[in-house]
Design a binder for this molecule. Structure first.
Ligand code: SF4
Length: 286
């Protein structure tokens, strides 16, 4: 089985990503975010396992790939899942990609990425860190095993100062949980101050298992959230919020991003006309 594959989010018609590759050193993720969609197609998704591969195998695959297309690490797991602190796989694989001249898009929810700043700063690399809110108590309920948002913010600041382009993913926005304008503003202002160039956002796309985790974690919002999604639209294998509400939520983020002169994009929402960033995945920052 190939380790590096063309990125293809289920041939999603709303995906605006430029062509790129996808690589993940892990199957599954230990951050256990309640809204995570990987539980719908990966068995024991919250019990991450190291993929079996060798550096020689990785090098063989790289020989056949187009260096103009970036490699995204990772999409169906987090490369800095908690067990990476001990495993240090990223410290082994990053130099291989960088030495061969590949551009990298690192997507994570962990400040552990800073451990590898010495390597990242030597390559053409952009680091996107997901932060859904700066409110610690809400973040703990949403992302129980991920580092606190303030540490993620600090990681963005450190990387930005070292010249590594950074972006935040305010992803997903969940009505009643993290959609207050004041909370969005506080997050974007802090990110901007940390040197972050871009924000990419999206709304929560419901799947039966993640929805049941969500309402179990926020029982006070059960009725409200279910009623919103019952009026939503089915796109691909997910249920989206009604289009008008999605647009309203996304415009809230866009307005603040524009005030702060940050690049803005959405992820699989169907509003590409609202993007001010050249790419939704920040590959233009590479
Ligand atoms: S960090 Fe990403 S892959 Fe990991 S549990 Fe959270 S949403 Fe899922």
């Amino acid at each position: 089985m190939r380790l590096i594959t063309p990125f293809d989010p289920w041939r999603g018609k709303l995906c605006t990503c430029p062509e790129k590759y996808s690589f993940s050193p892990y199957t599954g993720c230990g951050h256990k975010c309640i809204y995570c969609y990987i539980t719908s197609y990966i068995q024991n998704a919250f019990q991450p396992r190291v993929k079996t591969f060798t550096i020689a195998q990785l090098e063989r695959e790289l020989k056949k790939l187009d260096k103009n297309k970036p490699i995204s690490i990772a999409n169906s797991s987090d490369p800095y899942t908690p067990m990476e602190a001990k495993n240090m796989l990223m410290r082994e694989v990053l130099p291989v990609f960088i030495k061969k001249g590949f551009k990298l898009l690192i997507v994570t929810k962990s400040n552990l990425v800073v451990r590898d700043a010495d390597i990242l700063s030597k390559g053409r690399v952009c680091v996107s860190i997901t932060i859904t809110t700066l409110e610690e108590k809400i973040a703990k309920r949403l992302e129980p095993n991920a580092p606190p948002p303030i540490m993620r913010l600090k990681a963005l600041e450190t990387l930005s100062k070292m010249g590594v382009p950074t972006a935040i993913r305010l992803d997903p926005i969940i009505p009643g949980v993290n959609d207050a304008t004041a909370s969005i503003r506080a997050l974007l202002e802090a990110a901007c101050k940390a040197g972050v160039k871009q924000v990419t956002t999206s709304t929560y796309k419901a799947k039966p298992d993640s929805l049941s985790r969500l309402v179990k974690t926020f029982p006070e919002l059960d009725e409200y959230i279910r009623s919103l999604y019952s009026k939503g639209e089915r796109i691909g294998r997910s249920t989206y919020l009604p289009r008008e509400l999605r647009r309203e939520l996304i415009l809230k983020v866009r307005e603040v991003a524009q005030e702060l002169s940050m690049d803005f994009a959405t992820c699989r929402e169907g509003f590409p006309e609202l993007h001010t960033a050249a790419t939704c995945d920040s590959s233009h920052l590479l």
